[in-house]
Design a protein around this ligand. Structure first.
Ligand code: CTP
Length: 215
């Protein structure tokens, strides 16, 4: 199978020097890429800026902004059997990017922010898609409720939910996996590399099951 995986944060520029971003390390996405490669799959890894070396044998595409990540995913969306959108894409970007460095003044400064394109949502809206669509949900509260809402609203097959306070910038995580048919599965706290292997097996089985159903 071919896996398309997004990972890491995006950077939304304010001016040539500054940007808005988040604390995502990319570790979960990279671990899923390594695990998929280890199980003999092909991997297209589309990554925001992180401090990790790209896995050998993956087709690696480095991006910075949410617009670049959106475009890279769009360009490759006909290739995968499984799409795993693990990236912490910024939800907002500055309405205007200053071409020159914004100088400090005594007065207060407000930034106008506009929503970014939602990559997961755009894949969920594709007619007759053949790939399994997996989203992630990092929450600080109402984990199951928020994740169930994302599963439905973004038309995913699977949502992997986690408590952002455990998973962010960490080598470990604890997962709640929600399936389209209402089934749920909990995986207790473990290193991301171990969790990644479990996840890839689950994705691969789900994709095989959905293919058998369509035959
Ligand atoms: N996602 C995406 N493109 C965006 C925002 C999010 O593809 N512009 C994907 C993420 O990769 C993840 C899922 O959507 O798989 C959920 O992301 P999250 O930020 O938790 O959800 P949001 O829809 O942005 O909702 P909120 O931030 O309000 O929780």
């Amino acid at each position: 199978m071919t896996f398309l995986i997004t990972a890491g944060p995006t950077r939304e520029p304010i001016d040539p020097i500054r940007y808005i971003s988040n604390r995502s390390s990319g570790k979960m996405g990279y671990a899923i890429a390594e695990a998929a490669l280890g199980l003999g799959h092909d991997v297209i890894l589309i990554s925001g800026p992180v401090n990790l070396g790209p896995p050998r044998r993956a087709k690696f595409i480095s991006v910075s902004t949410s617009d670049e990540m959106f475009e890279a995913v769009r360009r490759h969306a006909d290739e995968p059997d499984v799409c795993v959108l693990c990236a912490a894409v910024a939800d907002y970007k500055p309405a205007q990017v200053s071409r020159v460095k914004i100088k400090k003044r005594a007065a207060q400064l407000s930034l106008e922010l506009i929503p970014t394109l939602d990559i997961l949502d755009s894949l969920g809206k594709r007619q007759n898609r053949k790939f399994l669509l997996v989203g992630f949900a990092a929450e600080t509260d109402h984990l199951e409720g928020n994740a169930t809402k994302k599963l439905r609203e973004k038309n995913c097959d699977i949502i992997v939910a986690n408590d952002a306070r455990i998973g962010m910038e960490s080598d470990e995580n604890e997962l709640l996996i929600l399936f389209r048919d209402g089934e749920t599965k909990k995986i207790s706290r473990a290193p991301k590399k171990i969790l990644a292997r479990e996840l890839v097996k689950i994705f691969q089985n789900s994709q095989q099951k959905s293919l058998t159903k369509k035959m």
